[in-house]
Design a protein around this ligand. Structure first.
Ligand code: AMP
Ligand code: MG
Length: 358
């Protein structure tokens, strides 16, 4: 049974458990047979298919309703799987592999002819990652093939960090899901290109830029990380041109101190509005969704997508978010929130009242 067709009777998605070796073996057999399986990784759940089978890869795009010009990340089990997939494996890539794999880092390199054009969306490059999650590693080893796996959400909605999120978006559109619990990192992998010119960060993620610089020396940052693409500009990473991670609610980022944030809300928000804030921000009038401590970007990353899904489940139409700091993995949190907000960001500090004289 392959449930990837549009329309028709709803097919069922088999629930498998990552802790059971026989379930991992079953998932691997489905992948070898060209089916789609959602797998847990430390970043977010991935919608996996055999990367070397163009039919299987095509069904990823159908299931997610992903635009065909947005290429896929290829997941591999071990460093020895890299050579057949690339046309070059430069020293910088070897350094990154040694320092960060297995882990939440994706490296873009010139691709070999073995990688189907569908995977790279016609680009001459391939995005590679060795994930760290034990279930993803076990599945890759058992499948014995590289797995193309974008995030297992419906294209445009927040990435899934639990099996329930995957099923909410895609139930019946994939053969099985391997449930490995909640993802520990919570935002997608960091994407770095080494395909041409000096190393460049295309997408911030689980590995912070500071850590990459410590290994690489230099690292450019694509302007698309923190700015909207201008008309006529080409995206180095095609995924960056799409509105992403978007909740249904209109989201606005408010950048400034806790006091300025609350002052703005008092002046502009009403009781029906949602507020996405830090644990220590306040206990106020509005519908409050906390996404971690202000000083803990890792906790913010881990909780962000679940909170965005909760906002939608509540049917909120307007949400104000206290902007995170852009340090460490906080840059990834900021990048996802900016896209979720369609780049609507207001500096609120100047609106803060002058301190009262006593
Ligand atoms: P996802 O797996 O859904 O989180 O998305 C993968 C991200 O990696 C998207 O932003 C893609 O545009 C990007 N990506 C994948 N392959 C390439 C490539 N060959 N060159 C540039 N970006 C890529
Ligand atoms: Mg995605």
């Amino acid at each position: 049974m392959n449930p990837k067709n549009e329309g028709g009777a709803a097919a069922t998605t088999l629930r498998l458990t990552a802790a059971r070796p026989e379930d991992v073996a079953h998932a691997a057999a489905l992948l070898r047979a060209g089916e789609l399986v959602a797998m847990p990784t430390e970043t977010v759940y991935g919608l996996a298919a055999n990367a070397l089978d163009p039919h299987a890869v095509a069904s990823i795009f159908t299931a997610k309703r992903r635009p065909p010009d947005n290429p896929l990340i290829v997941h591999i089990a071990a460093p020895e799987d890299i050579a057949p997939l690339v046309a070059a494996y430069p020293p910088a890539a070897q350094k990154l592999a040694a320092a960060f794999w297995p882990g939440p880092l994706t490296v873009i390199l010139p691709k070999s002819a073995l990688v189907p054009d569908l995977v790279s969306a016609g680009l001459p490059t391939v995005a590679l990652r060795i994930p760290a999650h034990p279930a993803a590693r076990a599945l890759l080893r058992a499948a014995g093939v590289p797995l193309a796996a974008p995030s297992a959400n419906r294209s445009g909605s927040p990435s899934p960090t639990t099996a329930a999120h995957v099923l909410a978006d895609l139930d019946g559109r994939l053969s099985a899901i391997l449930d490995g619990g909640e993802c520990s990192v919570g935002v997608e992998s960091t994407v770095v290109t080494l395909a041409e010119g000096p190393p460049c960060l295309l997408r911030p993620g689980g590995i912070p830029p500071e850590a990459l610089r410590a290994v690489l020396g230099e690292l450019a940052v694509s302007p698309a990380v923190t700015h909207a693409l201008q008309a006529g500009e080409t995206a180095q990473s095609p995924g960056m041109k799409y509105k992403h991670y978007a909740p249904q609610a209109e989201l606005t980022l408010l950048t400034g101190s806790r006091e300025a944030f609350v002052t703005y809300l008092k002046a502009h928000a009403c009781a029906e509005d949602g507020v996405l804030c830090f644990d220590e921000d306040f206990d106020g009038l509005w519908r409050r969704f906390s996404y971690g401590s202000v000083d803990d970007p890792a906790a913010q990353a881990q909780q962000l997508f679940a909170r965005l899904r909760e906002l939608d489940a509540q049917g909120l139409t307007r949400v104000f978010c206290h902007t995170p700091r852009q340090e460490g993995v906080g840059l990834a949190v900021y990048n996802r929130l900016l896209r979720a907000a369609g780049f609507r960001e207001l500096a609120v500090d100047e609106a803060a009242p002058a301190p009262q004289k006593t």
